[in-house]
Design a protein around this ligand. Sequence first.
Ligand code: ZN
Length: 306
Amino acid sequence: MLQAIKDTQIFNNVKQDIVSPSHAYLFYGEDEMLNIELAKVFIASIFCGKPACFSCEACKRVEINKNPDLLILDKPNLQVVDIENLIDNVQLKPMVYNYKIVFITNSEGINETAQNKLLKTLEEPNPQVIFVLTCTNIEKLLPTIRSRLVKHYVSKVDLELVANDLTNQGVNIDRFIHCDITLTDAVKYSTLQESEVLNLLEQTIMNLKSSADIPNIVGKLKIKSENKKEYLTLLLNATNCALTNTQGLFSEQVISYMQANYKIQVLIKMLKLIDRATRKLDSNVNFNYVLDELFYNILKEKYLCK
Ligand SMILES: [Zn+2]
C-alpha cells in the first residue's frame, strides 16, 4: 500500500467514512492503479478503525491480501458464477473484524447479467458487509448499480508524492515523474525499463539506417512474447514524441535523432505503419515478419520523402 495516499485530498474526502462506513463504495478514475491503492488504504482504515497506520495486524493483512474478512475479486471479467459464489460467502459473518469487505477491482468488466445479480445483494444489504469497487469507466456499470454506490472520483495524484513509497517497494518511477502519465503507466514503464524493452527499442531507432540493417536488428532482438506488443507501442510513442517535440519516456538523444532523420510527413506515415503492424501482431502474424515489413516500409517512406 502507498502510505502517501493518506496525504492526498482524495483520501481526505473519504476519511469521515472510516468509523461508520456506508454499504458500498466506488473509486473511479482513469488510473486504475491509483483507484486500487486508494481503495486498499480505505479498506485497511476500516479494519484499523482509524486512518490506516500501516503497522497493525489489520493493516498488514490488507497489505499482503491475507485478511480473512477481505474478499478480493480481481479477475478481469467476472461472470455470474463468481457473483453467485460471492453471494454465498457474504451470508457468513465476519471472522475477525467488525466488517466483511468485498473488494472488486476493474469492475467495468463485470458482464450485465452478473451486474444484475450483484445488484440484488446491493439492494438487500447485510449490515456487516461493505462493497468496495474500482473502475476506470463508470459508464460500463449499470445505472441501477451506480445509484447504490457512494462514488469517489480519483483524480490524478502527483507522481512525486508516491514515488518514494514505490522506491521503497523496489519500483523506481523517478524517470517518469514529469512525463504527464498515469501511475499505472509509470509503474508499467519502469518495469519495462528493467526488462530492457525500452532500451531495445531505443537501440533499434538508432541502428535503423538502411535496409541492410534490418536482418541484423530483427535477428538479434530478444523480446519476451508478452513484451512484443509493448515494443510496438513504445515505437508509436516515440514517433508521437518526435512529432510533438516532447521527450516522454525516451532519452533526448533518441528523440532528437528521430527529428533530425525523419521528416514530419514520414513520422506521420510511421504512425499508420506502426498501427498496421500492431494489428498484424494481434492477429498472430509472426513478430519477426511484422518487424521486417514495418522497418522496410519506414525506410521506404524515408527514401521517398528525400
Ligand atoms: Zn492499522
